[in-house]
Structures are given as structure tokens and as C-alpha cells.
Design a protein around this ligand. Structure first.
Ligand code: OFO
Length: 165
């Protein structure tokens, strides 16, 4: 049994993960249109992962006698100035998610809710990995530089990540 405060904060997290899933789906569509097929597959994969992050909270709420609410999702942006600008947006969104997880942890401490503290550990780890991954991609993009030919190499580099587990 969790408190109403925790239930409502977890529902906010559901909304954030759901938005991330749709944001990354919109980015996948942009990448496809720009001919960046490796980046498109990568963003599709990220979108699926975010949906899985959201569903974990549904399961947790069901197990703790809470009630998961399916959120309305705001229209994500469909146009990006460049692949670098797009990944900067991804990185910023991941930082926002990390902040939100940290806030949830603080609230769980305050509520003395050890079950939720334990549940959130998985997200702490996941956010550390995601932020590192996005920083890595941004560093590669900066190294490769911009321009038509560079885009080809950037896409190839990101595509390599699709082959990893
Ligand atoms: Fe679920 O926010 Fe990214 O990882």
C-alpha cells in the first residue's frame, strides 16, 4: 500500500516516460525523412524502451494497491535543425527525467517508503546509463563535424549502437 502522494508522483513519472516515448518516436520519423536510417532505428528502440519504463510503473502501482493513470500526451516537435540539435534535445530530456527520479527518491525518503525507494533504484541506474550514452553520441557528432558526408558517418556510428544488446 503506498500513499496518495507517492501514487500521484508515480503517475507524473508515467506521463514523463510516455512523453519520452512519443518524443523519440517523432524523432525517429524525422530521421527517416532525412535519410538517417541508423538514427531512426536507434530512436525507435529508445521509444520502445521508454514505453517499457512507463509500464514498469503500471505494474508497480498495481502491486502496491495504487492506480496507474494513462496520460494525455502533448504533441512532440516534429522538426529539428540538425541531428546534433535533435540529440541535444534527447540529452536535455534525459536530464529532466533524472531530476524527476531524484525528486521521487526524495519524496520516498520523506514518506519513509522503502518499497518505492527500492523500486526506483533500477531507474537511477538506467538514467546514469542513458545520460552517458547520449553524451557519448553528442561527443561523436562534435568530433565528426557537420555536412553531408559527416551525416553519413554519424548515421553509421549511431547504427552500430543498434547492434549492441
Ligand atoms: Fe525513461 O527516461 Fe530515458 O531512460
Amino acid at each position: 500500500m503506498i500513499s496518495k502522494k507517492i501514487e500521484s508522483a508515480l503517475n507524473e513519472q508515467i506521463a514523463l516516460e510516455a512523453y519520452a516515448s512519443f518524443l523519440y518516436l517523432a524523432m525517429a520519423s524525422w530521421c527517416n525523412r532525412e535519410g538517417l536510417d541508423g538514427c531512426a532505428s536507434f530512436m525507435h528502440r529508445q521509444s520502445d524502451e521508454e514505453r517499457a519504463h512507463m509500464l514498469r510503473i503500471y505494474t508497480y502501482l498495481a502491486e502496491t494497491d495504487g492506480f496507474a493513470l494513462t496520460p494525455a500526451i502533448a504533441q512532440p516537435p516534429h522538426e529539428y535543425d540538425s541531428v546534433q540539435a535533435m540529440f541535444e534535445k534527447v540529452y536535455a530530456h534525459e536530464q529532466k527525467v533524472t531530476q524527476s527520479i531524484n525528486d521521487l527518491l526524495s519524496l520516498s525518503y520523506a514518506e519513509n517508503d522503502h518499497s518505492t525507494l527500492n523500486f526506483l533504484q533500477w531507474y537511477v541506474e538506467e538514467q546514469r546509463e542513458e545520460e552517458a550514452l547520449m553524451r557519448n553520441i553528442l561527443n561523436k557528432i562534435r568530433l565528426i563535424g557537420s555536412g553531408g558526408q559527416s551525416l553519413y558517418y554519424i548515421d553509421k556510428e549511431v547504427d552500430k549502437l543498434n547492434k549492441t544488446a
